[in-house]
Design a protein around this ligand. Sequence first.
Ligand code: FPP
Ligand code: MG
Length: 330
Amino acid sequence: MDPAVAAPETAELVRAGGEHVPALMRRIEERLRSDGAAHAGPLAEHGGTTIAAGGKRLRPLLVLLAAGAPQDPDREDALVRAGAAVELIHSATLVHDDVLDAAALRRGKPTVVAQAGREMAVATGDALFARAFAALTEGGDAESVRVLSDACSSLARGELLQRADAWDVGVTLDRYLLRCELKTARLFEAACRLGPLAAGDAELRLDGFGRRIGLGFQILDDVLDVSGPVERTGKHRGTDLLDGTVTLPLILARERDPALTELDLRAVTSPAQAEELCDRISATGALDAARDHALDLVAQAKRDLDPAVLGDGRAQALALVADSVVQRYS
Ligand code: FPP
Ligand code: MG
């Protein structure tokens, strides 16, 4: 398989980015494979399988598209390091998230925690996290390190907020959106900042674009958790509900079916009960409303793209990525 187009749903976006993008994505993939397996012994094994499990590679693609075509080989190297770093952080957070959730499956495959236990999974996430910063520091750009470090702090804060809100069916919309911004959107925003920094264009700011598509991405993720289908998402419906995580579909559903405000989420303990609750949420029309919310965010994000600043090709490629975050099944 061509590593540059490992995720079929991303292949079209890679091609739309311009002639330089497939080759740079391939180099990022190679770097990810070697960084994932960089540490000796079991860390290499589990880091390697985490990277090899794939993923859409949306964040490195955003790094490249936000940057535009690099002007010289040094800039290409910097882009490869930045693209790999952001994906290594994303992979590390998922390995850690699976520990916290005691998740069995990720991307349709057994998680590190399910295969090798908590200690190994925590260490694997730590090793991937460390490699991300090692990659960025090779370039010696302190601003890029600061951007990624800030995004990681936000991820940790978002994850903690989510844990604090667990089982609370009364969680507010604003609180939910703050959680999504911290745990997901800030890393998308960082990807859109790291690209221009690596390309030597520090003036270009795509923060609002990155943040909005990140929020739209997380909302759609939360919709897919309720809607499934399992064959497309690679995980069971209602996984968030079983974890006590209240997301936009339930927040909107409880306004339409007030009896849901009385729901005791701790009493939902089996996959069958979770599926039943998913059906009840779906019956209120809340999934369509949540999807509309994500679509609005993507439409707003696209309005932030100025072809006069970015050039038509780059603006169009970024707009396609924006659309893709709300047109996906996993
Ligand atoms: C997946 O979201 C999880 C995240 C986006 C953030 C996880 C963050 C941490 C574990 C803390 C920070 C860690 C580091 C290494 C900086 P989800 O749970 O909504 O999605 P899922 O359904 O795919 O699990
Ligand atoms: Mg999770």
